[in-house]
Every structure is written in structure tokens, then in C-alpha cells.
Ligand binder design. Structure first.
Ligand code: CAA
Length: 262
């Protein structure tokens, strides 16, 4: 069973230091079952632990990035005490706990948990055929892995409320206008565009990249004053890194830096 579960997410290591993680349950539109999310958590753990990998891209297959958490699997739970007892979906936190940056390459459906998974990544690149949305209201439930919290931070209250309370699908173009995605690219190119961005990130000092990610994320969790203090600490901490010295030295010598901790 372990190996069948393992195949639900494919991990490809590129020489550029980028890991491409492909959600691989195309017949179910990549519905995010417990097994798939366990496989994803395990592969993200491998990415964080492997010093030759600097960044990851998460992508889907065919018609979907992911059409949500697995509705049939969740329906097999009987009542509040079941889902509370097992803390259903709590293990999804592994995505946002990953220290290396993750780019979501979204083509097709990114609905419910699929939209929430994309939002738990650091940058979202959308194919022009991508469709986002939080349709849980249509199932008689609400988003359960960060949707109500991350969407409002991404697009503001009025749009977040409209999208969550109507359950309507959002086009890639609207998602870009609203600030949910960083850019929209032609259909068929989303994975390579996301990989290019991840490769650019992977070309820099990996510890510095991880500090920058941690700082930006702190902005969503703290007050402005606390966030600025946190940033100042991590900024000062870069003075403890060879790579900071090298970056500044290279600038003075008008040459390209050679990162020790790429
Ligand atoms: N869970 C389980 N199975 C799913 C699924 C999901 N979220 N989404 C799609 N599938 C399955 C379908 O049941 C179908 O399986 P069968 O072939 O065995 O019938 C297969 O994937 C193909 O799907 P469709 O035939 O429905 O494809 P379509 O092109 O006609 O429609 C769709 C596409 C509009 C995305 C439709 O599949 C759909 O509405 N899916 C559910 C979207 C949704 O409600 N997502 C939110 C889930 S709840 C959640 O995520 C909670 C949370 O916050 C964590």
C-alpha cells in the first residue's frame, strides 16, 4: 500500500535544484485524498532535507490542478466526533510548514482544497484556462484548510466573501486582477514558466531565500510592529552568512557572486 500511495505524487529532481511535484490522480481530477496529501507531505519533507534541492513546483495533471479535498472519502466520516477525533485535514499544514519556496503551477480546476493548496504555496502561476474557487458552500460545508483565512489576505474582504458565499468559479484573469495569482501564462506553458521562476529563485543563496520567505510569511501572522522587528532580526542574521559577504563583495568588485550555499 505504501508504494501505491507514493505514486499519488511524482517527484522529479531537476539539475537546476528544482523539484517538480506532480499531483497524480487524474481520474479523480486530483482530488486530495488523505493518501495523496500524505505522499505530498513526505515528498516536501524530502525536498526540505535534500541540500541539492532549493525550490519546488507543485503542479497537477490534465484538466485539474486539484478539484478539492476528496468528497467521497470525507463523506465516509459519520459525524462531528469522527472528524474531530482524527482532526480531519490537519496534516495539510505540512505544505505551509515547508521551508524551501514552493511555486504552484495551476492549470484547469483549483477548487476547494485545490485552491487552498495553491494558496498555501508561495507563488501562484496560472494557466489562462485555470479556474479557482471555494465551492464548499454548495456541499453544505465551508473551506477547511485555510481558505477563509488566506483568501481574504490575498484578495480583500468583499471578493473573499463573494467567492466563498456564492461558491462561483473565478477565471485566471479575474484571479490575477484580484491579486490571487502573480501571473497568467498561455495554456500549455504553465509548468515551464513556474519552473523558470523556481530556477531563478534556486540560483540564489538558499539560506537567504528561506529567511526571506519566513519574513514575508510573518507579515500574515503578526502585527506590523512585530513583523518589522522580526524582519530586522533576520536581516541582521544574514550578516552571519558567508553568502551575504560574498554578495556584497561581488558587487564592489563588479563581478557575479558565487554562492556557497546555493
Ligand atoms: N472529490 C472526489 N472526487 C472528485 C472530486 C472531489 N473533490 N472532484 C472530482 N471528482 C471525481 C468525480 O467524482 C468523477 O469521478 P467518477 O468518474 O468516478 O464519477 C471524476 O473526478 C471526474 O469528475 P467530473 O465527472 O465531475 O468532471 P467534470 O468535468 O464534469 O466536472 C468539476 C469537474 C466541476 C471540477 C466537478 O468534478 C466538481 O464539481 N468537483 C468537486 C469540486 C468541489 O466541490 N471541491 C471542493 C471539495 S470540498 C473541500 O475541498 C473542503 C476543503 O476545504 C478542504
Amino acid at each position: 500500500a505504501a508504494s501505491a500511495e507514493d505514486d499519488l505524487v511524482l517527484l522529479e529532481r531537476r539539475d537546476s535544484g528544482v523539484a517538480v511535484l506532480t499531483l497524480n490522480r487524474p481520474k479523480a481530477l486530483n482530488a486530495l485524498s488523505d493518501g495523496l496529501m500524505r505522499a505530498l507531505a513526505e515528498k516536501l519533507r524530502q525536498v526540505d532535507a535534500d541540500s541539492s534541492l532549493k525550490a519546488a513546483v507543485i503542479t497537477g495533471t490534465g484538466k485539474a490542478f486539484a478539484a478539492g479535498a476528496d468528497i467521497k472519502e470525507m463523506h465516509s466520516r459519520e459525524g462531528y466526533s469522527d472528524v474531530r477525533g482524527e482532526n480531519m485535514l490537519a496534516h495539510w499544514n505540512s505544505v505551509s510548514n515547508t521551508r524551501k519556496p514552493i511555486v504552484a503551477a495551476v492549470g484547469g480546476f483549483a477548487l476547494g482544497g485545490g485552491c487552498e493548496l495553491a494558496m498555501a504555496c508561495d507563488i501562484i502561476i496560472a494557466s489562462e484556462d485555470a479556474k479557482f474557487g471555494q465551492p464548499e458552500i454548495k456541499l453544505g460545508t465551508i473551506p477547511g484548510v485555510g481558505g477563509t483565512q488566506r483568501l481574504i489576505r490575498a484578495v480583500g474582504k468583499s471578493k473573499a466573501m463573494e467567492w466563498i458565499l456564492t461558491g462561483e468559479m473565478i477565471s485566471a484573469q479575474e484571479a490575477e486582477r484580484a491579486g490571487l495569482v502573480s501571473r497568467v501564462v498561455p495554456a500549455g506553458t504553465v509548468l515551464e514558466e513556474a519552473v523558470k521562476i523556481a530556477e531563478k529563485i534556486a540560483s540564489f543563496s538558499s539560506p537567504v531565500v528561506q529567511l526571506a520567505k519566513e519574513c514575508v510569511n510573518a507579515a500574515e501572522e503578526t502585527s506590523l510592529a512585530e513583523g518589522i522587528r522580526f524582519e530586522r532580526h533576520l536581516f541582521h542574521a544574514t550578516w552571519g552568512l558567508d553568502d551575504r559577504r560574498e554578495g556584497f563583495q561581488a558587487f564592489s568588485e563588479k563581478r557575479q557572486p558565487t554562492w556557497k550555499h546555493r
